[in-house]
Design a protein around this ligand. Structure first.
Ligand SMILES: [Fe+2]
Length: 117
């Protein structure tokens, strides 16, 4: 957990150095990646665990608000957006994959097998 906290702090510090707009771009990248993973979880849980599905859906609602704030707070979308979004998104994907011990990939494969991937 200390590792994720350090990673988040370093990422936040570096983007803060680059200015306010970079912070919002970084936030958009993290939030949109989280949103995609929540979508996967909702798809997976829909028929398997309705109670957990409802909980994740309420979390997703909050995360969507963060994403919309990050998107609407940016001043235009230049090359820094095009460059930073996929890089931070990929790093976030990696962090999620590592913290779930690869279960995020397993879940996606399982859904594809079930014909909902
Ligand atoms: Fe968030």
């Amino acid at each position: 957990m200390a590792f994720w906290s350090l990673g988040g702090s370093v990422l936040g510090f570096l983007t803060a150095l680059a200015g306010r707009n970079m912070i919002w771009i970084c936030t958009e990248a993290v939030e949109s990646t989280v949103h995609r993973h929540l979508e996967d979880q909702l798809g997976f849980l829909a028929k398997r665990d309705p109670e957990l599905h409802a909980l994740i859906a309420s979390i997703q609602e909050q995360e969507l608000a963060h994403l919309r704030t990050a998107e609407s707070s940016q001043k235009g979308r230049g090359p820094s957006h095009a460059l930073l979004l996929p890089v931070v998104g990929a790093l976030t994907d990696l962090m999620i994959w590592l913290s779930t011990w690869g279960d995020s990939s397993w879940m996606r494969a399982e859904m594809a097998r079930a014909g909902r991937g």
